[in-house]
Design a protein around this ligand. Structure first.
Ligand code: SF4
Length: 85
């Protein structure tokens, strides 16, 4: 089981595209370490936007639970647009 999971993750990691591939792979590694929630959010948003960092800022899925935490949006922008109840 563990070997299968490791192999699935290795194969996924190899598909990470883009000019910043090495950096994005490192971010993915940090996310999968289970010790860096910010890296996990960043990796998920990057994956969601096909590893195009610039598209995260323009994410139109405002109801996504990760939307207020999106990385690369400028200092505090996402948080300032978070809904309050
Ligand atoms: S906030 Fe946007 S980019 Fe990030 S996971 Fe949600 S839908 Fe995808």
């Amino acid at each position: 089981m563990r070997n299968r999971l490791t192999e699935q993750r290795r194969r996924y990691r190899e598909t990470i595209p883009g000019a910043g591939k090495a950096g994005y792979q490192r971010k993915y590694d940090k996310a999968m370490s289970g010790r860096d929630p910010k890296a996990a959010i960043a990796a998920k948003c990057l994956d969601c936007m096909h590893w195009q960092q610039g598209r995260i800022k323009e994410c139109p899925i405002v109801y996504c639970p990760l939307w207020p935490y999106r990385p690369f949006t400028g200092r505090g922008e996402a948080a300032s647009l978070a809904l309050t109840t």
